[in-house]
Design a protein around this ligand. Structure first.
Ligand code: FAD
Length: 170
């Protein structure tokens, strides 16, 4: 199984598949850790997965103990604004349904933890490889195919054409 993208979604997909014993290759056109922290909060369900994989303490170690709320303000310097819910349960609400709770653990903290775990369980990772869908076959009724190329040079490694299993377009 090919998982394209080693952000939080791809890493969790790859880890889930690998832990079910499915042979999986995770690739990312990026080569290295992310420079930008984008997603900020790991949800209750996300933290349940971290707990199942023994990563909860490591993820929480980089998460300040804050209540995830938004603040809407016209100007960061004015000191005025309105608090807004981000939709996450409070610790008490989470405790009623889960052994875990959300964590304010930004992507540049939790992504390297997931990457290290992926490597630890022996799942292959192709960093610096970009997947390109073959447009002509994608638009046809046949299963699309996908080629891998090195993101930096555009070079195509040998035997890098992969048939994707998927639903044909109507
Ligand atoms: C400036 C900014 C701020 C954000 N702030 C927040 C926030 O505060 N909270 C929040 O929840 N979300 C935020 N987001 C959205 C955030 O991007 C997502 O929540 C989170 O990163 C999604 O994770 P993901 O794994 O789906 O995607 P990503 O983290 O974007 O990972 C996708 C990966 O796929 C790789 N990729 C893409 N195409 C290919 C290809 N063809 N071949 C190989 N690799 C490929 C990319 O290099 C990337 O590493 C923000 C986004 C941006 C841009």
């Amino acid at each position: 199984m090919l998982v394209v993208g080693a952000g939080p979604a791809g890493l969790v997909a790859g880890l889930t598949l690998a832990r079910y014993g499915i042979s999986v290759l995770v690739i990312d056109k990026r080569d290295g850790v992310p420079a930008l922290s984008r997603s900020l909060v790991v949800s209750t369900r996300g933290m349940e997965l971290m707990r199942r994989w023994g990563l909860e303490d490591a993820v929480r170690a980089g998460a300040p103990e804050v209540v995830p709320r938004a603040w809407v303000t016209p100007d960061l310097a004015c000191g005025e604004g309105a608090e807004m819910s981000l939709g996450y349960p409070s610790d008490e609400e989470a405790a009623a349904v889960s052994p875990s709770r959300p964590a304010w653990a930004p992507q540049d903290h939790h992504e390297p933890i997931l990457l290290a775990y992926l490597r630890r369980i022996g799942c292959p990772l192709g960093q610096g490889f970009e997947a390109c869908l073959h447009a002509s076959s994608f638009l046809s009724r046949f299963s699309p195919s996908c080629r891998l190329r090195r993101a930096a040079s555009g070079e195509q490694p040998r035997a890098a054409a992969i048939s994707l299993w998927g639903r044909s377009l109507p």
